[in-house]
Design a protein. Structure first.
Length: 306
């Protein structure tokens, strides 16, 4: 496995795209070459074909450790707190530390999803913990649109990003909660600020990829919208269903309509024929929310033309 990885790194070093920093990813080389050419180059460098694949240990579901979880230790539970967009301030960190000392044994754990776990809480003190003011900010029961929310750092800290992502992602999640309700089933929403795809926008039920578009001579921030992506043993890349939607007040309605179309029309985010079925409802929502726009409404091509 180590030799294979080293040769893949060498292939990218020798042949990977360098013209645009936003596309300095192995994925773009694979898209250009195709898998047969990549495999042929890999076999040439290794001197023989790679060995047979082992057991696929990927899983369709994973635990995000949010909520209240029983521990192996008798009468002890762990509280998984949702940290919106993985961002906490000093006051919240101080309060997390206080709660860990007050209700647990002082331990704090951080998850790969940038959330917080306070373990070793006595069951009899759980209700008292849940009444703490901090748990209104970092809840143990986030909405479906917040629980599966992922976003890259965006323009705040990345000079490749084309749009701000973190705050927009949070606002969209809250807007979808209002439009579709807290009883909505689990849903993953991933934001990437540019084509590099650090937010894995094609690996989610709904993906948004940031871009800039020229509208009437004015450059605006917009997103391409993807649907139907998933990871696991039967991974599927999300399909682009809308090429460019402005990041304005109409965006939550457009995304809500995409979600409704996938749920009601084609089931749980099957990507087939998504573009044709979703575009009508998306256009209608933009037309209603921005009546001053010319017809057809602003659903732009990726090169920025209307």
């Amino acid at each position: 496995a180590v030799e294979v990885v080293l040769e893949l790194v060498g292939i990218y070093r020798d042949h990977g795209p360098r013209e645009a920093r936003a596309k300095c990813r192995l994925a773009f080389l694979i898209a250009e070459w195709g898998l047969p050419r990549l495999r042929a180059e890999l076999v040439s460098r290794l001197g023989s074909g790679p060995g047979p694949a082992g057991t696929d240990v990927r899983q369709s579901r994973h635990s995000d450790h949010l909520g209240i979880t029983s521990q192996q230790q008798l009468h002890r539970v762990a509280a998984g707190l949702s940290v919106p967009m993985g961002r906490v301030d000093p006051r919240q960190l101080t309060e997390i530390a206080r709660l860990a000392g007050e209700y647990g044994d002082g331990s704090i754990r951080f998850t790969t999803g940038q959330n917080v776990i306070i373990p070793n809480i006595a069951k009899e003190r759980l209700e008292e913990l849940q009444n703490e003011p901090l748990l209104e900010e970092l809840t143990t029961a986030p909405s479906a649109f917040l629980r599966g929310l992922v976003a890259c750092v965006g323009t705040d800290f990345c000079n490749l990003a084309q749009i701000e992502t973190k705050q927009r992602a949070l606002e969209l999640s809250q807007a979808l909660d209002e439009r579709l309700g807290r009883e909505h089933g689990a849903l993953s929403i991933h934001w990437s600020g540019c084509p590099a795809g650090c937010g894995n926008h094609q690996a989610a039920d709904i993906g948004l990829r940031g871009l800039r578009a020229n509208v009437g001579g004015q450059i605006i921030e917009a997103v391409a919208i993807y649907a139907g992506g998933k990871t696991g043993p039967r991974a599927v890349a999300g399909t682009e269903v809308l090429a460019a939607v402005p990041c304005d007040a109409s965006l939550p309605d457009v995304v809500a309509n995409v979600i409704r179309a996938r749920r009601q029309g084609l089931g749980a985010f099957s990507a087939q024929d998504a573009r044709a079925e979703v575009s009508d409802v998306a256009e209608a929502s933009v037309r209603i929310s921005k009546p001053e726009l010319p017809s057809p409404p602003l659903l732009l091509t990726e090169d920025g033309t209307a």
